[in-house]
Ligand binder design. Structure first.
Ligand SMILES: Cc1cc2nc3c(=O)[nH]c(=O)nc-3n(C[C@H](O)[C@H](O)[C@H](O)COP(=O)(O)O)c2cc1C
Length: 213
């Protein structure tokens, strides 16, 4: 059965959308994975159904005033009805953001996205890449040039459109996150590792079988 990856994003001016496309393409290249982009600012019932059926949801928002954008927050609040029914429990999650400054308080946005995932009981996947552009031989062409670990941080010049900003290095980084999420979601789906937690005594995860003696 195909591994379903949903990329739930908002983009005011096209930069986050460009990054979402890169995440989508990276996820979709994984064997057996089907990736879909969902613009959360215009959610239909079909979009909600896609999210509810997905094995993994990758959240993406621009950083506005050191936080997720207004439309993305509206989407977050709308997920509260799913939260109540634990509808996204144990789905895989990850996140990405873009802003015009190098730092730009992007961590606050990714922190919000990971908290959203945690509230839903989702399994947060980190970026899993070493930081780039932090030595004398580094450059802005490096993968993970901003040096994030919680998710993808990208930077888009304010005077450039989504056709060129964020640059290719950020898009390659985003594609790697998409591929990583698709692979991990696939492993969980086939290997049934989530069942380890389901088998545990009430309120307690039994990881004993996965810890070497
Ligand atoms: C209302 C607003 C607030 C913003 N706040 C920040 C900010 O806190 N930090 C930053 O670096 N850039 C900030 N920016 C710039 C955007 O993050 C940047 O242009 C981003 O690429 C927009 O992505 P989008 O095209 O997907 O909307 C802000 C832009 C807007 C419109």
């Amino acid at each position: 059965m195909a591994v379903q990856i949903a990329i739930a994003y908002h983009s005011g001016y096209g930069h986050t959308e460009a990054l979402a496309r890169a995440v989508h393409d990276g996820a979709g290249r994984e064997p057996g994975a089907i990736a879909r982009m969902i613009d959360v600012s215009e959610m239909s019932e079909a979009d909600w159904a896609l999210l509810n059926a997905a094995d993994a949801i990758i959240f993406g928002s621009p950083t506005y005033m050191g936080a997720v954008s207004g439309p993305f927050k509206t989407f977050m609040d709308a997920t509260s009805r799913i939260w109540l029914d634990r509808g996204w429990q144990d789905k895989v999650a990850a996140g990405f953001t873009v802003s015009s400054s190098q730092a730009g308080d992007k961590f606050a946005t990714l922190s919000q996205l990971s908290t959203l995932a945690a509230q839903h009981g989702m399994i947060w996947v980190s970026l899993g890449l070493l930081p780039g552009n932090n030595s004398s031989t580094g450059s802005v062409e490096d993968i993970n040039r901003i040096g994030a670990s919680i998710g993808v941080m990208a930077q888009a010049n304010g005077d450039q459109g989504g056709d060129v900003a964020p640059p290719q290095s950020d898009r390659r980084t985003a594609a790697l996150l998409g591929a990583r999420v698709a692979e991990i979601a696939g492993r969980l789906k086939v290997g049934g590792q989530v069942a380890l937690i389901d088998d545990a005594p009430e309120g307690q995860a039994d990881l004993s079988t996965s810890v070497p003696a």
